[in-house]
Design a binder for this molecule. Structure first.
Ligand code: TRP
Length: 355
């Protein structure tokens, strides 16, 4: 058994995942990611990180970043991330992420980064003007994961390429230094049914940046607003089909049925079995009631937490402490392997603890 597997508790893998502090989260974030994080924490040792270092790869307003960081923490806690069972913290509080990212900068080839499609999308036409941080974003992501030698990473489809790069970096490091240091983390891609689309256009993803607030259900929306948004959601004039084939080409119908199935924790087939032949006039009120029942307790809890920001901060501090305890010895091992002349591992650990 090598050192990377030795630290993982028997029978459990270690999960790491990150979420951007982009302010108010919505139903798409909840059904697409957060709900899976909550479920996975029972089967894995789970480390969940609010990635504020990644956020500054594009310009941020400092006050807004602080606010959004607390909001995302509140959403995660309110959605059921247990801060006893899991580790929840902010990335910038554990400097080992940045340190490992530098080492990985020196292992990663330009050619690998040049293939990253998300950079091309985010940088757009004016690539010369994008920050170097945006370009090396995936290297920091690899560092996030491997600072903890995580074995499994729950991510959406859009992050799959970054995870493949993480595996390439882990492999390159292990081969350059001829030591089996890092595991090759496996993606846990979320199911297709959880891809939540805009309530105004079934062809685009539900998004925080959509100009129409009616296109999304925010986790902080009150029951009246949730009801209203579902009532106004775009549909077509036909009745609901009884079988999946009948949803083909009906993007809005598919989206609403998918949301119902995800919230009710059942299969799309089951929803169609119950509602096939009935119109949206029947279906929408039932969907609205279900959405309110599932989401309004989360909104209430978030509002409560956000009134007590010190409590959120102390939860995150405790999380950062637990994360540091795992990260510190792993980075000490990396420094040693790379050949940095320094204090002994024990002394380094102490130095880092003391400040
Ligand atoms: N890039 C991820 C996203 O935008 C967020 C992220 C940062 C992440 N570090 C990570 C996800 C490590 C998984 C593991 O969704």
């Amino acid at each position: 058994m090598n050192s990377s597997t030795a630290q993982i508790p028997a029978g459990k893998g270690r999960i790491f995942s990150g979420i951007q502090p982009t302010g108010n989260l919505h139903l798409g974030n909840y059904l697409g990611a957060i709900r899976n994080w909550v479920a996975l924490q029972h089967d894995f040792e789970s480390i969940y990180c609010i990635v504020d270092l990644h956020a500054i790869t594009v310009q941020q307003d400092p006050a807004q970043l602080r606010k959004s960081t607390r909001e995302v923490a509140a959403s995660l806690i309110a959605s059921g991330i247990s801060t006893e069972q899991s580790i929840l913290f902010t990335q910038s509080c554990v400097p080992q992420h940045s340190e490992l990212a530098w080492v990985f900068n020196c292992v990663t080839r330009l050619g690998w980064l040049n293939r990253m499609t998300q950079f091309k999308e985010k940088a757009g036409k004016n690539r010369e003007n994008a920050s170097v941080g945006l370009y090396s974003y995936p290297i920091l992501m690899a560092a996030d994961i491997l600072t903890y030698k995580a074995t499994h990473v729950p991510v959406g489809e859009d992050q799959k390429q970054h995870l493949e790069l993480t595996r390439d970096i882990a492999q390159a490091f292990n081969s350059i230094y001829k030591k089996d240091v890092f595991p090759l983390p496996k993606p846990q891609i979320f199911g297709a049914a959880t891809r939540v689309m805009s309530l105004r256009d079934g062809g685009v993803k539900m998004s925080k940046s959509d100009v129409s607030d009616n296109s999304r259900i925010n986790l902080t929306d009150n029951p009246d607003i949730i009801m209203q948004k579902i009532r106004k959601a775009k549909t077509d004039p036909d009745a609901l089909p009884s079988e999946i084939a009948g949803l083909s080409g009906r993007l809005e119908a598919s989206n609403l049925i998918g949301i119902y199935a995800a919230l009710a924790d059942c299969r799309v087939e089951d929803v169609l079995f119950d509602f096939g032949g009935r119109g949206f006039g029947d279906f929408k009120p039932v969907l609205a009631d279900l959405a309110v029942a599932k989401l309004s307790p989360i909104g209430d809890e978030m509002r409560y937490l956000l009134k007590n920001p010190d409590d959120i901060d102390s939860i995150l501090t405790r999380g950062a402490e637990k994360a540091s305890n795992i990260a510190r010895p792993i980075l000490a091992e990396v420094r040693d392997i790379v050949g940095f002349l320094g204090l002994s591992t024990d002394q380094m650990i102490k130095l880092n603890q003391d400040h």
